[in-house]
Design a protein around this ligand. Sequence first.
Ligand SMILES: CC(C)(COP(=O)(O)OP(=O)(O)OC[C@H]1O[C@@H](n2cnc3c(N)ncnc32)[C@H](O)[C@@H]1OP(=O)(O)O)[C@@H](O)C(=O)NCCC(=O)NCCS
Length: 165
Amino acid sequence: MALHLEQLSVNDGHAVYDMLQRIGACENEFKNTAHGLTYEEFQEWLKEQDDWAQGRNLPEGYVPQTVFWLFDDAVPVGFGKVRHGLNSHSRTIGGNIGYAIDPLHRGKGYATVLLGCLVEKARELNVGETLLSVEKYNPASKRVIEKNGGKQINENSERWFFTFD
Ligand SMILES: CC(C)(COP(=O)(O)OP(=O)(O)OC[C@H]1O[C@@H](n2cnc3c(N)ncnc32)[C@H](O)[C@@H]1OP(=O)(O)O)[C@@H](O)C(=O)NCCC(=O)NCCS
C-alpha cells in the first residue's frame, strides 16, 4: 500500500484523531480545527467536513473543501485540504491548498509527496489555476512547493504566492 491519500470519511478513527492532536491548532497560518476536540467532538467534526466537501451546510462565505490524509501504509502521517475555489481570505492567505505533517514525521519528505498528491486532486476537482501562499518565515514549505514545480507569481512583505497549472 505504501504512501497513499485517503479522503476524509465519517468513519475515520483514533489513528487520525491522535495525529490531529499532535499537529497544532494553527501552525504557520495552517488551521487544524480538530486540534483540542474531544473524540466525540472529532466525530461531529468529521461529519461537518464531509458535508463541506459535498458543498452542504457551508458557513457564510465558505467554499467547498475536501480533506485528505496522507498514509504511509496504515499510519496517517499528515493531511491537507483542497479548497474548490477562493474567497477574499483564501485569495490573500492560504490559497486553494493547505497541508501539515505530524510533528513525529517531519523532515522525511512526506510534505513533498503530499503536496504533489493534493495538486493532482485539485486537478481532478477542476479547481483550475491552483493558488498557494506561504509565510516568509516558513522556508521548508516554500521548498516543498518549489520541489513540486510551483511557479512563484507574486510576493508581499509577509508571504510568497505560487500557482500550479
Ligand atoms: C512545512 C512542513 C509541511 C514540511 O513538512 P516535511 O514533511 O518536514 O517536509 P519535507 O520533508 O517534504 O521537505 C522539507 C524540505 O524543506 C527543507 N527545509 C527544512 N527546513 C528548511 C529551512 N529552514 N530552510 C530551507 N529549507 C528547509 C528540507 O531540507 C526539505 O528539502 P530537501 O528535500 O530538498 O532537503 C511541516 O514542517 C509542517 O507541517 N509545518 C506546520 C504546518 C505548515 O507550515 N504548513 C504549510 C503551510 S504553507
